[in-house]
Design a protein around this ligand. Structure first.
Ligand SMILES: Cc1cc2nc3c(=O)[nH]c(=O)nc-3n(C[C@H](O)[C@H](O)[C@H](O)COP(=O)(O)OP(=O)(O)OC[C@H]3O[C@@H](n4cnc5c(N)ncnc54)[C@H](O)[C@@H]3O)c2cc1C
Length: 423
């Protein structure tokens, strides 16, 4: 008898769940129908907007490296290990290449299509789904799910479907306007699953005192950003930042945002930066050296070699040093304040880490309640999960899409194997 697997959510996770299910059914010769429900008129809208439309498809390198670099939390690494080995970055690239989508890795390991078009990536997935005989239900928002007598009733507007196994892949809750409103999380919470509270990740940081107008658009390169409370550094991230009209963006700001959002649960936090990437003692030695060798020059001449020109007056203002101060007139107190401004420049208190602006959301279905080798619920054996709705959030660099493909693939193939065994 033909069994039916329903997948809700047609992003990277849902697409790969469908492909994994279809491939496994074919390999096993099982009679299985795969149905993919997506509320939008097209699948994979987040693939289309990823990497600024260029799609940072995945990250190059061996699986162990991806786990280490891409997923800072040990429980995420443990959870994803099996999935990332089961459907690897190489598997994704081989599939894309079979559809003529060639890719390249940048020096930092991020992989992009040579064409620079996310649409090519999505089109390849769509072609693959058609070839795999997956039944697509577009414009089909699932409004409720019911688990009755070991079978699933799936409600969409104007109709309903029945399925023997269900894979939920409805994503996180950021960028809600593209369809990720957390529907799946609400459904599984009702079914008894624990949802780890949702937090922003890879999001910009809004400051209580946004940068002055003349600083908006400035990039600070290779700095070290810190989350600070009461003078104690709680988290750090290195890289570039961009000053915006609301606060901070750019890789280092996005990279630190998850920890910042978590820390905000426990009280107010501030953001500071080591602007020159040296510890205070190295910085002191450097400054003393410059003070000797450039005694006739103004400080700002040297600072303009290190920092964007427009930023320099603000660094000096934070150190309470006049803009025209020469090195030979710099007092010891002023030098100490300069060192502090360079190594602990304060951007002030954080107002918000906006959840909806995050490229990904942390939190979601508790990993403790999901079997990492099948993505099956430990509570309801015919229920599976894929992608961002799990409590996993990777770093910038293609890690999140890869986690979605891999968990999707494992969920799809495991659902088919389970259904075949029970047939
Ligand atoms: C601006 C931006 C840029 C990004 N850039 C990158 C990048 O370059 N590289 C990278 O690795 N990651 C990137 N990410 C993160 C990455 O896109 C996501 O982590 C990944 O797409 C998650 O895949 P998913 O399948 O779990 O969820 P999603 O892709 O969010 O898919 C979930 C799908 O479920 C559908 N859905 C929701 N509810 C229902 C319902 N009730 N019924 C039917 N359908 C429903 C949604 O419409 C959506 O299509 C970016 C994210 C954003 C927002």
């Amino acid at each position: 008898m033909t069994k039916r697997i329903a997948i809700i959510g047609g992003g990277a996770g849902g697409i790969c769940a469908a492909l994994g299910a279809a491939r496994t059914a074919r390999e096993q010769g099982s009679q299985i129908e795969v149905h993919l429900f997506e509320r939008n008129p097209r699948l994979g809208i987040k693939i289309l907007i990823s990497g600024g439309g260029k799609c940072n498809i995945t990250h190059a390198g061996p699986v162990e490296e991806l786990l280490r670099e891409g997923f800072p939390h040990k429980n995420e690494q443990r959870f994803l290990k099996y999935a990332l080995h089961s459907y690897t970055n190489e598997d994704v690239l081989a599939m894309l290449s079979s559809h003529g989508v060639t890719c390249h890795a940048r020096d930092n390991g991020r992989v992009f299509p040579d064409s620079g078009r996310a649409d090519d990536v999505l089109s390849a997935f769509e072609t693959e789904l058609r070839a795999a005989d997956v039944t697509l239900h577009l414009n089909s928002r699932v409004t409720a799910i019911e688990h009755v007598d070991n079978s699933w009733n799936i409600k969409i507007r104007g109709g309903g479907y029945q399925a023997d196994a269900l894979i939920l892949a409805t994503g996180g809750t950021s960028y809600r306007k593209v369809g990720t409103t957390g529907d799946g999380l609400a459904y599984v919470e009702k079914l008894g699953h624990t949802i780890v509270p949702i937090r922003a990740a890879l999001a910009p940081i809004y400051l209580q005192q946004p940068p002055a107008q003349e600083l908006v658009g400035i990039a600070l390169r290779n700095i070290e950003l810190h989350v600070v409370r009461d003078g104690r550094t709680l988290a750090s991230c290195s890289g570039d930042i961009l000053l915006t009209h609301r606060g901070l963006s750019g890789p280092a700001a996005l990279g630190i945002s998850r920890e910042a959002a978590l820390q905000m649960d426990d009280g107010p936090i501030e953001i500071s930066a080591n602007l020159i990437g040296r510890n205070i003692e190295d910085c002191r030695a450097l400054v003393l050296d410059v003070q000797r060798s450039r005694s006739q020059q103004q400080l700002k001449t040297w600072l303009e070699e290190l920092l964007p020109n427009r930023f320099v007056p603000h660094a000096l203002e934070q150190a309470s040093i006049p803009l025209d101060r020469k090195w030979n007139a710099l007092t010891r107190e002023e030098r100490d304040r300069l060192l502090a401004a360079l190594t602990q420049y304060s951007f002030g208190a954080v107002a918000e880490i906006p959840l909806d602006r995050g490229e990904v959301t942390a939190g979601g279905v508790s990993l403790k309640e999901v079997d990492p080798t099948t993505m099956m619920s430990r509570l309801i054996p015919t229920l599976f999960f894929a992608g961002e709705m799990l409590d996993v959030a990777g770093e910038i660099g293609g890690f999140n899409l890869q986690a979605a493909y891999s968990t999707g693939w494992v969920a799809g193939s495991a659902a088919v194997k389970q259904r075949s065994e029970r047939a």
